[in-house]
Design a protein around this ligand. Structure first.
Ligand SMILES: Nc1ncnc2c1ncn2[C@@H]1O[C@H](COP(=O)(O)OP(=O)(O)OP(=O)(O)O)[C@@H](O)[C@H]1O
Ligand SMILES: [Mg+2]
Length: 455
């Protein structure tokens, strides 16, 4: 199994509408403040989420599932984002939306399986022989190219490494020079080079240089202790899907047709069940030997009512496997049909799956809370809004929805600018709210003018 050079396949997603959420915002006793970490109100749900984060951190939650249920715009997705912030970067978190499973190329259960494996982390600890230190010199030695021409080729690289205890000069192979270039190593950086593989890792900038005026965020690290040449414990965090992807071979055989196919399409790798079983075997062996540790992460499935019976029954089974993450579902549906069937069920989720879930409820916001959330949003979007307008916006939010009120902020700021003002006032909001309908008013218009529309 390949574990060196495993590339992370972490999904990146736009969460711009939730940028103000920095965490759940609980005090050390697990009680919630009314406003903390960008989160307003919703105290019960936040305390419940806090407990769950603690359990996840303690490794006590694997194979369980949570449902966050509540009306639209009550902060369900925001709550899930807050939980990730609390968990930190070491615990894998994989967000997805129910409808992602409907792709014409991949089976529904395959999408779920892949995301399950993205949410299970493996922390591999290895003791390796390394050369570590602060780079004191870095000079490639060139010779005239043997292949002729004008180019020069690099014969070897001389690198000086310094630790608290001593310094050492190494003569390295040119392939390592490429690795040094790739990691953008410069004099004054702290690095280590693995003796066996020649892999180079830049740890950070030596803190002797911390006084330099630096615009870019840099991580400063102390000068390594001990000798330059030593044994070092190296910790690597990967997910099971990273391992799957790194060990999968590109799809297609050797015949002409598939070769043609590969030329036209970007290379696609196929992860087979067999491969996954093989990886599981090795992983379990690593865990038994104490080389690796399982880090169950979180799979967040938003809009879970979009899943159908096939997916739900798959989930039931997957939750029972020994390599299972914590699954958080979210939905804003009440009692409705399970997708693709005419069976009606709470939240559109089959009762046998519901039975396994613990449910966190989110409540609708009162005017004061809404105004607070709007004020935070305005601040994040760098808009100035006076008290009166915020109160008016809060009213709009109460009548329509919180989302609608938030969405009116940016057009209102443009109207304000057109009127030559920097800050938004009530007149701007009145103008934009007469321009844009919210969902409820639009439905009312449809009802009133039914005969004018096609049906
Ligand atoms: N308690 C809160 N504190 C701060 N911001 C909040 C809070 N609740 C919601 N928000 C913000 O309001 C907006 C809507 O909330 P969110 O998207 O989480 O709703 P939702 O419950 O997931 O709705 P839906 O059911 O429609 O998916 C987001 O920008 C979110 O960050
Ligand atoms: Mg949501």
């Amino acid at each position: 199994m390949k574990i060196e050079e495993v590339q992370s396949t972490t999904k990146k997603q736009r969460i711009a509408t939730h940028t103000h959420i920095k965490g759940i915002g609980l005090d050390p006793n697990g009680k919630s403040f009314d406003l903390a970490a960008g989160f307003v109100g919703q105290n019960g749900a936040r305390e419940a989420s806090g407990l769950i984060t603690d359990m996840i951190k303690g490794g006590k939650m694997a194979g369980r599932a949570i449902l966050i249920a509540g009306p639209p715009g009550t902060g369900k997705t925001a709550l899930a984002i807050a939980i990730t912030h609390e968990l930190g970067t070491k615990v894998p978190f994989c967000p997805m939306v129910g409808s992602e499973v409907y792709s014409s190329e991949v089976k529904k259960t395959e999408v779920l399986m892949e995301n399950f494996r993205r949410s299970i982390g493996l922390r591999i600890k290895e003791t390796k022989e390394v050369y570590e230190g602060e780079v004191t010199e870095l000079s490639p030695e060139e010779t005239d190219s043997v292949t002729g021409g004008y180019g020069k080729s690099i014969n070897h690289v001389i690198i000086g490494l310094k630790t608290v205890k001593g310094t050492k000069q190494l003569k390295l192979d040119p392939t390592i020079y490429d690795a040094l270039l790739k990691e953008k190593v410069a004099v004054g950086d702290v690095i280590y080079i693995e003796a066996n593989s020649g892999a180079v890792k830049r740890v950070g900038r030596s803190d002797a240089f911390a006084t330099e005026f630096d615009l870019e965020a840099e991580e400063y690290v102390p000068l390594p202790k001990g000798e330059v040449h030593k044994k070092k414990e190296i910790v690597q965090d990967v997910t099971l899907h990273d391992l799957d992807a790194a060990n999968a071979r590109p799809q297609g055989g050797q015949d002409i047709l598939s070769l043609m196919g590969q030329m036209m399409k970007p290379k696609k790798t196929e992860i087979t069940d067999k491969l996954r079983q093989e990886i599981n075997k090795v992983v379990n062996q690593y865990i038994d030997e104490g080389v690796a540790e399982l880090v169950p992460g979180v799979l967040f499935i938003d809009e879970v009512h979009m899943l159908d019976m096939e997916c739900f029954s798959y989930l039931n089974r997957a939750l029972e496997s020994s390599l299972s993450p914590i699954v958080i579902f979210a939905t804003n549906r009440g009692i409705c049909n399970i997708r693709g069937t005419d069976i009606s069920s709470p939240h559109g989720i089959p009762v046998d799956l519901l039975d396994r879930l613990i449910i966190i409820r989110t409540e609708t916001y009162g005017p004061a809370e809404m105004i607070q959330i709007l004020a935070i949003r305005a601040q994040v979007e760098e808009l100035t809004v006076d008290e009166e307008s915020l109160a008016y916006l809060g009213e709009i939010g109460q009548q329509a929805s919180l989302r609608h009120a938030v969405q009116l902020l940016s057009p209102a700021s443009i109207v304000a600018k057109m009127n030559g003002r920097e800050s938004i006032c009530k007149a701007d909001l009145e103008e934009v709210s007469s321009l844009y309908l919210d969902a409820k008013s639009s439905a009312r218009v449809l009802q009133e003018q039914q005969e004018r529309y096609m049906s």
